[in-house]
Design a binder for this molecule. Structure first.
Ligand SMILES: [Zn+2]
Length: 437
């Protein structure tokens, strides 16, 4: 495995964008030969196998629908014996979106995940709080931590065995130093920690950073999470079909791993792609053998820029808008989740607002925030004023008591993890036979 690692480009091996492009060009031919071995791309290529970047860029985009249509192994480019893992993305019920990787592909995957400005080493205790079932995210973080010798606490967020009370217990009792989750999780932990009598900012002294991804995160919410826990929030961007695509530099910018993949920005309105600008992110992972993806459209809305960053990585930066770019009309205003989130989390930390929801109707915007009694009137007035200032509309801002949007029992409940059972005593409920979850 280390042999493969030495073949992969490492941060600092190039001194500018031209050298970065040369690194990409070096791998393109190999990637296209790998791709030719898959039934899907061999059909697409026809008689001649493309060989250069120009050939690659002349190919049509690969879509999520292509992956679904070729479920399960129509994209497979290696003998099945070489596969290490099989995954499916979250989302649309019915049609699965498959992805699979060889052991060698995994070296690139784990290495990319590990490229964060807050590094991980053998002294770390790392709580993985993303799904393990089918998706890649939990396994990716897990493998990356194991590769550097850290202690992994597998805390799958979709498992009944790991309610919030248990997350708080392990964070506290095991001196967890790093975590991996969606940003919203860290706010739920904060509420669960308080419900358990802990103060998030002071009672978890071992915690060094919170790694987050999987959800758009506004600067204000990110600052608030960091303020509550007293540690940096380190963002990451990727997908199950590709693994990590971008990570954060010491200057807080999200950089695309353009030494490991070719990135393009697609404008669905014109059908054109360009290296930077606004549109949908299109990615061609360069070191992926089991299931090569050529010009795969992630359909996430992004802004890509090649402006310099003081970190000196010479990698493009990306702003991920995700589906949050979707707008709802309220009167003449266009309301987005990203902007509303920014306003909610710009309320002072003393208002203790962690959770909110909003309903955008054609002529009415209703925003609910969870806020303690003593701060309710002030917080609602301030948020209504901020919405008026931003959108020019009078929103109904309603303060609801803590526990209204996120019920307290969800934060404090302790589930018994039981095993299936068939024999019951006279006073026991045999209605629970076999169904153990
Ligand atoms: Zn940077």
């Amino acid at each position: 495995m280390t042999e493969i690692l030495t073949r992969l480009p490492q941060l600092g091996q190039w001194g500018g964008t031209d050298e970065l492009l040369a690194i990409q060009d070096q791998q393109v031919g190999q990637l296209l030969r790998w791709a030719a071995a898959s039934p899907f791309y061999s059909r697409r290529f026809g008689a001649g196998v493309p060989a250069s970047r120009a050939d690659l860029l002349a190919l049509p985009l690969t879509t999520k629908q292509d992956l679904r249509d070729n479920y399960p192994f129509g994209m497979l480019a290696v003998p099945k014996e070489r596969l290490a893992t099989y995954h499916e993305s979250s989302g649309t019920a019915g049609q699965p979106t498959p992805s699979y990787y060889t052991e060698e592909d995994w070296v690139d995957l784990t290495d990319r995940y590990g490229r964060k400005w807050v590094g991980m080493d053998a002294s770390d205790t790392f709580l993985v709080r993303t799904p393990y079932a089918l998706m890649i995210t939990g396994h990716l973080a897990h493998a990356s931590a194991r590769a550097v010798g850290a202690t992994v606490v597998p805390g799958d967020n979709r498992s009944l065995a790991m309610p919030y009370s248990r997350v708080v217990r392990v964070l506290h009792d095991l001196d967890v130093t790093l975590t991996w989750s969606m940003p919203t999780e860290t706010l739920l932990w904060a509420a669960a920690a308080r419900a358990a009598g802990h103060r998030p900012g002071t009672d978890f002294p071992a915690l060094r950073a919170l790694f987050v991804g999987g959800e758009p995160l506004s600067p204000a919410r990110r600052r608030r999470i960091s303020e509550i826990w007293g540690v940096p929030v380190v963002e990451e961007y990727g997908s199950t079909e590709t693994g990590s695509l971008a990570g954060e530099c010491p200057h807080g910018h999200l950089h695309l791993w353009a030494d490991r993949a070719i990135f393009e920005v697609h404008d669905p309105a014109t059908g054109r792609t360009s290296p930077d600008g606004s549109g949908q992110l299109v990615v061609t992972p360069l070191f992926r053998e089991a299931m090569p993806l050529l010009r795969y459209n992630l359909e996430d809305n992004v802004e890509v820029s090649y402006d310099g960053c003081p970190c000196g990585w010479h990698l493009p930066t990306v702003r991920v808008l995700g589906r949050s770019a979707f707008r709802y009309s309220v009167g003449a205003a266009n309301v987005t989740q990203q902007r509303l989130e920014e306003l909610v989390f710009s309320l002072p930390v003393q208002d203790e607002v962690l959770f909110w929801r909003a309903k955008a109707e054609p002529h009415r915007l209703t925003v609910e925030i969870e806020v303690p009694d003593a701060r309710r009137d002030g917080a609602c007035l301030a948020l209504a004023a901020a919405v008026r200032e931003e959108y020019g509309i009078d929103a109904d801002v309603v303060g609801v008591p803590p526990g209204s949007l996120v019920p307290l029992h969800l934060l404090t409940a302790v589930h018994d993890v039981v095993k299936p059972r068939s024999l019951f005593g006279a006073d026991e409920d045999w209605g629970k036979a076999l169904l153990y979850y």
